[in-house]
Ligand binder design. Sequence first.
Ligand SMILES: Cc1cc2nc3c(=O)[nH]c(=O)nc-3n(C[C@H](O)[C@H](O)[C@H](O)COP(=O)(O)OP(=O)(O)OC[C@H]3O[C@@H](n4cnc5c(N)ncnc54)[C@H](O)[C@@H]3O)c2cc1C
Length: 322
Amino acid sequence: MKTATIALQPPASVGLELEANRSLAGLTSIKIGGPADYFATVTHPHQLLRLVRWARGVDLPYLVLGGGSNVLISDAGVRGLVIHNRCRTVRIDPAPCCLYPQDERPFLFAEAGALLAGAARTSINEGLAGLEWAVSVPGTVGGAVINNAGAHGGEIKDNLWDVMLLDEADEVQIIRAAELEYGYRHSNLKRGESIQGGFGPVVLSANFRLSPGDGEQIRATAQGFLEHRRRTQPIEPSLGSTFTNPPGDYAGRLIDAAGLRGERFGSIEVSQTHANFLVNPAGVGGAKAADVVAMMALIQETVYQRFGVVLQPEIQRVGEWS
Ligand SMILES: Cc1cc2nc3c(=O)[nH]c(=O)nc-3n(C[C@H](O)[C@H](O)[C@H](O)COP(=O)(O)OP(=O)(O)OC[C@H]3O[C@@H](n4cnc5c(N)ncnc54)[C@H](O)[C@@H]3O)c2cc1C
């Protein structure tokens, strides 16, 4: 659908038109969020590169949105340009023997907008081990690389080889995984807990190094992870875990023990299935971002009063907050 014509548009060489005042709620897994001043969907990395370089040139702050599965977008929305990354190529590349004569493990190449679970499925179908844990994790490869996403004992950093990104100096760089200073849900590409549009680096693609294994076993492991998730996590719109686990404990256990399971604020609810998930059962038009923020504050305060533990947000607040 084409929206109203707007004055600010990139040149024809970028190959797309910006939309104005585009609602973002439907592009997030919790179905919450106000509008972006300007919005574009990119499907090819050259488009992404050209759009970001143009935005930098005209001083228009931008924010890349992957699967929207870790961001709470404010009700007031995002100032500047939101770039929805749908660059989704995934392929298996054999290791060039001239470069790696002693190591024949293949690479899985994925553009940053590819779904992480889809990339995991590609590797599983090829009988390659290493990404089975990711088969049930929502979002894109770009978001996962930035957050060091992980589940079932696996993390992005375990198999990531390198990342191609557009750095802040407008250069395309290949960065080895070891340079990203990975930790628990952390990398040095990750911006703060509450962010606006800016002019930061953009992840273009990633290479994972995977090991050939027993295809049946790999498939069964991934299936087991999927079934575990279906049993233990809610199906209503959410952002997954709201808080990171404090050392030696689980945020969900503390929230539950504080008596907050099922607690409601506006239309937002502490999930009955997993107390670290805040769910928006009504979907788009249901809860407000402000309800989520209020519920998070209530949880933090209650858990601190009961157990003396300060829960840290895992989800990132995005956009303009009053
Ligand atoms: C039901 C559910 C279950 C979940 N389970 C897990 C789990 O088991 N483990 C886990 O780790 N997480 C989990 N999550 C959280 C989420 O899936 C991950 O954090 C995921 O990696 C986020 O990826 P995304 O593409 O959705 O990122 P987004 O939410 O779109 O973005 C996250 C951040 O990354 C930035 N970003 C995204 N792509 C790029 C790019 N190409 N270049 C620059 N910046 C970029 C965004 O600007 C934003 O700051 C879950 C979420 C849900 C809804």
